[in-house]
Design a protein. Structure first.
Length: 287
């Protein structure tokens, strides 16, 4: 089968390799960010508030460091906001529901300015260039896909999208500009979401993809079930369907298989990070 290699994208400076990587992301403007603590959290259900560093690497290689205090997220998601601040959210909200502290918003100086709750079982959290937060949930909270302001106001939710089937688990979410693309379980349609108009639903035969990239009428799905976890499935967009056009296998930059990894999609790009999660590599559908 044809292969396609990732390209190195961003690297955590070696100065910080002695710290524990809680999570990492690539923001709406292309900068990479790592959320770091002195050591890995102790096993157990609860964790007291803790301090962390965000190390940011821009597309020019410049490095910024922001100190965040009193974080509460045990299994955190991270993204940067357009004003230079950060949002940190806990994947699980069962204990945070009572005090509305699942999502913490910090300003550019690392000071907490807001907190709220968006619901349990976060699978994706991506900020768009306006600062709105797109949240996709996994199947322990079949709330689908929702868009929130950075102060906790619900701006849009998927609800019952005609033709999309039951949106039980948001397997793949891509936020680029003002548009979100999603591929949810159980029917795996490709959803084109613009908050000010009806969702466009395209029937899709690819199952189990964990990321989706879109560019000029073309689409690529990355991941799948079983031995298809490194698959790229190509397609072309019609008004109502995704028409398959080919399949390839994604590899590391050196041609070896991608191991256990995190994946994140922005526009035409699929960003992949494998253990020890100190580097991001990228595959670009537009390339």
């Amino acid at each position: 089968m044809q292969t396609s290699a990732l390209v190195p994208y961003a690297r955590l400076p070696r100065t910080y390799h002695d710290r524990h990587v809680l999570t990492s992301t690539v923001d709406a403007f292309g900068a990479a960010h790592w959320l770091l603590t002195e050591r890995a959290p102790e096993p157990g259900a609860d964790r007291p508030p803790y301090d962390a560093l965000v190390v940011s690497v821009g597309d020019d290689g410049g490095v910024e460091v922001t100190e965040l205090s009193a974080l509460r997220a045990r299994f955190p998601y991270l993204d940067r906001l357009p004003d230079g601040g950060f949002v940190v959210a806990s994947a699980r909200a069962r204990r945070a529901d009572a005090d509305g502290s699942q999502v913490q918003v910090f300003d550019a100086l690392g000071r907490e300015t807001w907190s709220f709750t968006v619901g349990d079982a976060i699978e994706h959290l991506l900020a768009d260039p306006s600062g709105a937060l797109w949240v996709g949930h996994f199947d322990e909270n079949p709330a689908g896909i929702r868009r929130w302001s950075a102060t906790g106001e619900l701006q849009w939710h998927s609800g019952d999208v005609p033709g999309a089937g039951w949106i039980m688990d948001c397997y793949a979410l891509n936020v680029f500009g003002s548009v979100a693309w999603a591929c949810p379980y159980t029917d795996f349609p490709l959803l084109e979401i613009r908050p000010d108009r009806p969702v466009r639903v395209r029937a899709n035969t690819v199952r189990g993809a964990k990321a989706v990239a879109v560019h000029e009428g073309r689409v690529a799905f990355f991941g799948g079930y079983g031995d298809e976890q490194d698959r790229i499935a190509y397609g072309e967009l019609t008004d109502t369907t995704v028409e398959p056009t080919g399949v390839a296998v994604l590899t590391r930059p050196d041609g070896t298989p991608v191991g256990r990894h995190r994946v994140l999609a922005r526009g035409s790009r699929i960003h992949v990070q494998d253990e020890p999660f100190t580097e991001w590599a990228v595959w670009d559908l537009s390339g």
